[in-house]
Each structure stands twice: as structure tokens, then as C-alpha cells.
Design a protein around this ligand. Structure first.
Ligand SMILES: [Zn+2]
Length: 287
């Protein structure tokens, strides 16, 4: 295996290397995705129910960037068989055999691996817990926390595909995360609950942190409807994203974890052990 380096220090991409886009709809529950009116997204390809490796944003994104996309929970199979199958699929997704690129198996991380394959690597994220200063940001040329947590249209505006080499994009979309707000909704109307970043910020400032009482069934129904509406609001941005994709791009739309809306006494995600917090939508296509 020989790595050819282009002027400027980055390797020449292997023949066939494709642009790649991984979209994580943060907290998007599988059922929400399955029931939502998403004409452009659903036209991309068949919807699968898969399972995230983690129930919370940070570990789940780290796992995704290790190349372990949401799994099918195979029975009577060693984990290694699933890993082999996934990495073989990556060869089709990215368009080149993995062994043709120099890699450090001990510290493998997809953004670094792809940079070693001559890619540009970029991340546009909506959630503070995977912001630029976190360990998830490794091997990226650019990594931006978006100014608003719920504005996929702004994410799409910021995506620019290079022409000289393939690129990898992690796009973390926040409309589907609590408080499930569309980009044009007045923040004063949002239901308020702190995530880890907000709670840690309050603790650091020695401010009181008092989560509100647990939601009623009626509030749960309202919140689930909000997630559906917020997800549906992203369909137009997806249409614009699809129109930007260079021919032959691999795109995957999934979620980092699901969300509970009252089942078995749970709300949200994180410290929850329930199938619905792991079940996520999964759609992929080469366009
Ligand atoms: Zn998340």
C-alpha cells in the first residue's frame, strides 16, 4: 500500500472515493420519523428501524464516527461479524477498499481515516455537548457549533462541497431535540428543561437547579406532537441539501438515539434503559 501525497500535504484520494454526508437528527425517535410527513426525505430510500449503540448524544456520536452506524441487533452472531459487515459496507459507501489507505487500527476514527484518504472533513453540529471543544472533534478540518440549536436551513447553507477532492460531512440537526422547536418559533414559547450543558453551567455558577415536576400524559402527547412538527419542518432543508449533493454522494440520515414520551414512566433520553431510546430511523442512499 502506497500513499500518494498531493502538493499541500494531503494524500491523493483513492480512485472512486465519494463525498459522504452523515446526518444525525438529534433525539429523533424512530416512530416519529416513520409517521412524519417527509416527502423529500422518504423519497431518498427505504426506512429501516435500527438501534443506536448509546442512549445519549456524546457517546453515540463518538460511536458513529468510529464507523459503527446504528445496528440491526443481530441474534446468534458474534459482534465481530456485525463489525466486519459494517466495514465492508463502508467500502461501498465511500467507494474504495479500506486496505488501500494507511490507517492506525489502534486509534481508528473515521474523520482521521478519511483525511488520510485525502478527504476534507467537516462537522456542523447543533448540540453543545458535541461542540468543537469536545473529544468528538478529532480529525476534522472544520468543526462548527451552529449559532442556533434548531436551524437545519443554516446548516445546509454552510455546506459547500469541494471540487478538488471528496469530503465528509457530519451534520447534527437539532430541531428534533427537546424542546422540539422549529427555527421560526419564538423561544419564549419553548417548554424549558436543561440538558447536561445547562445543568453543568448552573452548577458552575452555583445557581439552583430544580427540574420541573414530571410531565403529565397530556404534556407527553403535546411534546411528541412537537417533535413530529419540528421534524416535518426540516423536509424543505433536506430538499435543498439533496439538490447540493454532487453526483455519487453517499448520504445517511439517522439519529443518535431515540426519545421516550411517557412509555413505562420515561421521558427523553440519557439515563434510560428502554428499547425506544435505542431504536432509531436509518435511511441511506448513493445519489
Ligand atoms: Zn442526542
Amino acid at each position: 500500500m502506497t500513499t500518494v501525497t498531493a502538493p499541500g500535504g494531503r494524500p491523493v484520494p483513492p480512485p472512486g472515493a465519494r463525498h459522504a454526508v452523515l446526518v444525525t437528527l438529534d433525539s429523533c425517535r424512530y416512530d416519529t420519523f416513520a409517521e412524519a410527513d417527509l416527502p423529500h426525505v422518504r423519497a431518498l430510500g427505504p426506512l429501516e428501524s435500527r438501534y443506536a449503540y448509546a442512549s445519549w448524544t456524546a457517546p453515540s456520536h463518538y460511536n458513529l464516527l468510529l464507523g459503527l452506524l446504528p445496528h440491526r441487533s443481530p441474534r446468534y452472531a458474534h459482534a465481530g461479524a456485525a463489525y466486519v459487515a459494517e466495514f465492508r459496507r463502508h467500502e461501498g459507501r465511500f467507494g474504495f477498499p479500506i486496505h488501500t489507505v494507511e490507517l492506525d487500527a489502534a486509534t481508528f476514527y473515521f474523520p482521521e481515516f478519511l483525511r488520510g484518504a485525502g478527504y476534507e472533513t467537516h462537522a456542523l453540529v447543533s448540540m453543545e455537548v458535541i461542540g468543537p471543544g469536545t473529544p468528538v472533534n478529532r480529525g476534522f478540518d472544520t468543526y462548527r457549533l451552529m449559532p442556533k440549536h434548531n436551524d437545519m436551513a443554516a446548516i445546509v447553507d454552510a455546506v459547500v462541497f469541494p471540487t478538488a477532492r471528496p469530503s465528509f460531512w457530519l451534520l447534527n440537526v437539532g430541531e428534533t431535540h427537546y424542546p422540539y422547536a422549529t427555527a421560526d418559533e419564538d423561544p419564549a414559547a419553548w417548554p424549558r428543561l436543561s440538558g447536561t450543558a445547562g445543568i453543568i453551567r448552573a452548577l458552575c455558577a452555583n445557581e439552583p437547579v430544580e427540574p420541573p415536576p414530571f410531565f403529565t400524559d397530556e404534556q407527553m402527547r403535546h411534546l411528541r406532537a412537537r417533535q413530529m412538527r419540528a421534524l416535518e419542518s426540516t423536509d424543505a432543508a433536506f430538499a435543498r441539501l439533496f439538490a447540493k449533493l454532487p453526483h455519487g454522494t453517499w448520504i445517511c440520515i439517522t439519529a443518535d438515539h431515540g426519545e421516550l414520551f411517557g412509555e413505562d414512566g420515561y421521558f427523553g433520553h440519557g439515563p434510560i434503559q428502554h428499547p425506544k431510546v435505542f431504536e432509531v430511523p436509518f435511511v441511506e442512499a448513493i445519489v
